[in-house]
Design a protein around this ligand. Structure first.
Ligand SMILES: Nc1ncnc2c1ncn2[C@@H]1O[C@H](COP(=O)(O)OP(=O)(O)OP(=O)(O)O)[C@@H](O)[C@H]1O
Length: 632
């Protein structure tokens, strides 16, 4: 009978140990875990008032888990080594059994948690908690009875020692993890400080603003991984440049970087361009053709303007991105791909998803890491560096030594740059081409001659809302999240010499001083209040334009249309030479535009490239010259 009881007792103890080990490995909250252990001992083994004290860094024993104690009582549970029963256990590293606490001189009742000591017999069993051979705390339990505990203290000590060992291992593990975590946090903080000091450099990307430094830091972080990157930002902010930078900083840099503009091709062509086609797949497919996915094998595929692809093509693209395989058009063989995908768009994708124009599953697939490129107007600190970079580029390409005058730089810094860096580049190239004495003066800038085609485009947008416009106040512009468009300045009344009527490109660039446009200047004159600094070259005399030319120097204020006409003409006219050696002579800008459209199969993006214009500028010019777009 006694054997059976002992057997039962052993089974209960074994079960308790098993449960304790489970609890100890179940949570990261040490205090909570230890309280659970005490609850289990109390429930299964009638070991009441369990307490666990742990040694802290200042060698004090602190009560960190207890059953049936208020927070206040717990806070009183602090002992020095050697003090009281608990202090003695830590000091000696040996278990202690006190059959009746009322008779124990070492008993301090510091917590005040045993006020029933006069009414019942309280026995205490305490064992050291050890880890790696060191005593790091104490586990105690009370046995409460009316006439003294009749059970076996030895078996209590044995069981509690096992539990204390498990606790010791757990505490050690928690402390190691906490220490490592503290170390990692310190390291993270240190690295963050280092990173903020680092001047990130990426080849070809010119910038000094904090916003762009953050972008470059992101570029460095994402480059080594294969994750899909989505680059967002307005047109001309440098999305392709950043995509190339990511490729060049990755281990794929020796492999191809292949770009495709998804908006420039109709769906059938886009499909064959991306996936390739087999001979005979369609009329004119005379031989097998590798698509860009195949050409980019091992490298990076940059899908520009991804926000513009049709819903049916979105489904096809999704399949490749998910399964990393595809078939050529007209083919049956499944081809595996190994390409890193970088996408870019200036479309508000969230709005497109909400309106059902863009698939949510594709959105999530491409939106793994997103890099937002701020518009130039939000990082005007970059303008001086960029402007000088483009002047140097012009000089290298033309073996010239043109300089940029500070006055011109001042005007550039005030411009809102709706066309961003691309527009700045065009502006500099144009001024460098036109300037007469090897210096770009403020008056050489197109906005100062009422020939700023950006302001013309802005003007067009503000008077001719485009379908799908989604930015309040700026029809035709859709700003993605985090890419707020500038508030339109109040239209200033048209002034002599300024026909843009206060459109942003002009009024901001001139600081509202369009009245001082060149028309008011006599030959050799310098505008009032704008003396030439001695160190700077003498301001040149601007000749009058030929009769019937651009309205820049006309005394009369031309109508907005006349300005647009002139500006677009200027735009197209200025680019003569980009079309290559076989470009014929044109008598009107309209003819040149028609020639480019015909030559590129009426693909506006391609015509734009031929003419050195953006797709939007081509689209504007087509409307301007009433050219009906041919569709095939
Ligand atoms: N930080 C920069 N440093 C030097 N050049 C830049 C920078 N940002 C942009 N550019 C130049 O501006 C022009 C436009 O850049 P890019 O084509 O990368 O812009 P994008 O955002 O991809 O334009 P889009 O949306 O129209 O395709 C390019 O000639 C590019 O080299």
């Amino acid at each position: 009978m006694a054997g059976a009881t002992r057997h039962n007792q052993s089974s209960v103890e074994l079960f308790a140990i098993y449960e304790v080990s489970k609890i100890l490995s179940s949570s990261l909250d040490l205090q909570q875990t230890l309280r659970e252990v005490l609850r289990l001992l109390s429930y299964h083994l009638q070991m009441q008032r369990g307490r666990i004290c742990l040694l802290t860094d200042d060698s004090t024993l602190r009560l960190i888990a207890a059953l049936g104690m208020s927070q206040e009582e717990m806070e009183r549970g602090q002992y020095r080594a050697g003090e009281g029963i608990v202090g003695r256990i830590v000091k000696t590293g040996m278990p202690a059994v006190v059959p009746n606490l009322a008779d124990e001189p070492l008993f301090l009742n510091r917590t005040g948690g045993r006020n029933d000591i006069a009414e019942v017999v309280i026995s205490l069993v305490g064992v050291p908690i050890k880890a790696a051979g060191e005593c790091i705390g104490v586990l105690t339990i009370d046995r409460i009875s009316d006439e003294g505990y009749a059970g076996n203290f030895d078996s209590d000590v044995r069981l509690l020692t096992m539990v204390a060992n498990l606790i010791g291992q757990t505490v050690r593990l928690h402390r190691t993890v906490a220490e490592e975590r503290r170390f990692m946090m310190r390291e993270k903080f240190r690295l963050q400080k280092e990173v903020s000091k680092v001047d990130y450099q990426v080849d070809n990307v010119v910038c000094s603003s904090k916003r762009m430094q953050e972008v470059l830091a992101q570029v460095h972080r994402v480059a080594p991984f294969r994750s899909t990157v989505l680059i967002r930002g307005e047109s001309g902010t440098g999305k392709e440049l950043i995509a190339r930078a990511i490729h060049m900083l990755s281990s794929r840099k020796e492999q191809p970087f292949i770009r495709i503009n998804c908006a420039a091709l109709p769906e059938s062509l886009l499909e064959s361009e991306l996936f390739g086609h087999e001979r005979g797949a369609f009329t004119g497919a005379n031989r097998d053709h590798k698509g860009r996915f195949e050409l980019a094998t091992g490298g990076t595929l940059f899908l520009d303007e991804i926000g513009d692809i049709s819903p049916s093509f979105q489904a096809k693209l999704l399949r490749v991105l998910q399964e990393q395989e595809f078939e050529r058009v007209g083919g049956t063989r499944t081809i595996k791909t190994d390409v890193r995908i970088i996408t870019a768009t200036n479309v508000n994708l969230e709005e497109a998803v909400a309106q059902g124009r863009f698939r949510a599953d594709l959105y999530y697939r491409i939106n793994v890491v997103t890099i937002f490129l701020p518009p130039l107007r939000e990082r005007s600190d970059d303008i001086p560096l960029l402007a000088n970079h483009f002047v140097q580029k012009f000089n290298r390409e033309n073996q010239l030594n043109v300089a940029l005058h500070d006055d011109a730089l001042d005007v550039l810094k005030k411009c809102p740059w709706p066309g961003n860096v691309r527009e700045l580049e065009n502006c500099i190239e144009r001024a460098a081409t036109l300037c007469r004495d090897g210096v770009i003066w403020d008056l050489d800038l197109s906005c100062q001659m009422n020939l700023c085609y950006s302001s013309t485009l802005w003007h067009h947008r503000t008077v001719t809302p485009t379908a799908g416009a989604s930015v309040p106040g700026i029809p035709g512009y859709a700003a993605p999240p985090g890419m707020p468009m500038p508030a339109l300045p109040q239209a200033a009344p048209a002034r002599a010499g300024c026909s843009t009527g206060g459109v942003p490109g002009c009024s901001a660039a001139t600081g509202g001083s369009c009245a001082a446009a060149p028309a008011a200047l006599p030959p050799n004159a310098v505008p009032a209040g704008n003396p030439v600094p001695p160190a700077q070259p003498m301001r040149p005399q601007h000749p009058q334009p030929p009769a019937g030319g651009a309205p820049a120097y006309s005394d009369a204020t031309p109508s907005a249309d006349a300005l647009n006409e002139a500006a677009v003409g200027e735009l197209l006219g200025m680019r003569i030479g980009n079309g290559g050696p076989d470009e014929p002579e044109f008598t009107t800008p309209r003819d040149r535009l028609l020639w480019a459209m015909e030559r590129t199969g009426w693909v506006q993006a391609k015509a734009g490239r031929l003419l050195g214009l953006t797709t939007r500028q081509v689209s504007y010019a087509l409307r301007k010259y009433n050219i009906e777009i041919k569709r095939f």
